[in-house]
Design a protein around this ligand. Sequence first.
Ligand SMILES: [Zn+2]
Ligand SMILES: [Zn+2]
Length: 472
Amino acid sequence: MSTAGQVTEVKRAVREAVERSRDRVLEISADVQRHPETGFREERSAALVADWFTGMELPFERGLSRTGVKARMTGGGSGPTVAVLGELDALLLPSHPLADPGTGAAHACGHHAQIASMVGAAAGLAAVQEQLDGDVVFFAVPAEESTELAWRRELVRAGELRHLVGKADLIARGAFDDIDMAMLCHTAGEGAPRLSVGDSHNGSVVKQVLFQGRASHAGASPWRGVNALKSATLALAAIDAQRDTFRDEDAVRVNAVLPQGGSAPTAVPDRVEMEVVIRARTVGALREACAAVDRAVRAGAVALGTTATTETTLNYLPHHQDPELVELCRANAETLFGPEKVVRGWHRGASTDMGDLGEVMPVLHPFTAGAVGDAHSPDYQVTDHVTAALEPAVLLAWCVVDLLVDGAAEARRIMDAAGRTDEDGRGRQDRTAAQVRDDYAALRGRFDASYTFDGADTGAGGDAGRVRRGED
Ligand SMILES: [Zn+2]
Ligand SMILES: [Zn+2]
């Protein structure tokens, strides 16, 4: 196949096949929406996906990072592998009108529509499978959202998970080793353009800080106490004092809460927990903002003479889409929806684990309309499953067609531009999959640390504060 007309014919066949699956695609979107499950617990949703793959006679694996389901469609020729993803998980939002009354889970980020667009794309591409020079993986992935972190930390300690979010865990397990590029289509908020392409997202880091002082009678002998709450409030003030130093273009956000602020006002608080989420647009800005928060924590500890034990975990890497994939998607979206309906995306302050995947392969993450309300709020709901799920199924499948027809020339060109094709042009990455994973782990490792800082230790030279354990 070589002419544009032939590609148009293939795309027409894809669209007709998606249309034939219309009712089932819309039903799976609504079904998953009605049965929300939080990350790493998406058993029912995963079973629906598995049933779909079984019906299509696609070989698949399940139980990846607990609930992931991954099917492979073999192309007529060999070549690179393109993945279409769908995120399985819901948020924890009991006030949402469609929340599960038992668990409080609710699809307030529209991920159910991604599941439908993924299986819809599979239905569409099955009609032209023989004309693709490369495989297509359809992958339902768990736990994009950062919820139930205490439980997830237990799973990490128990060795069941390596990371707190789905794609990071799947990457570490090698579940993306046999995939060369990946795409999904996410729903946007109310009033969003029909489709936006090329949006980027902040990376995010979580710091859990425990300030420990000494309790004493708050009325009779407060001077005997060491007030951990005052350390925490000073640290918060010190964080706020630095906001002017964050550059606009870095989109830094620092948000903190005190999940535990002391037990009773009759005693000097000796144990206070602070949790901080730090976000920024680049790895460098994220590290700088983390260092600023560390200084603020130490300032609070030194001022009162408490100890501050800090555990830092990288949540998501900054997300940047592959520019060539974005262009390919834009062209297809303009054909499907009309050029006036497709806009160039912007930088979003939120975060996604597609940032992690973008570190190991080219990724595409357009946003579609079809929902009302603001994402992650009780009024957010996909109300138009055709716009949110069915049409994105055609869009994603068309992108796959462009990538994999003609000896997968376009996929190879994009991999080459991303520095991932060897000189033989066989679509192998220039690093082995294990090397890519190692580099990714090393990047994560630059953030992950835990240490205790003793604000009361004045040291031999009189310098306040010592890092007692580990490195910062
Ligand atoms: Zn979300
Ligand atoms: Zn989301």
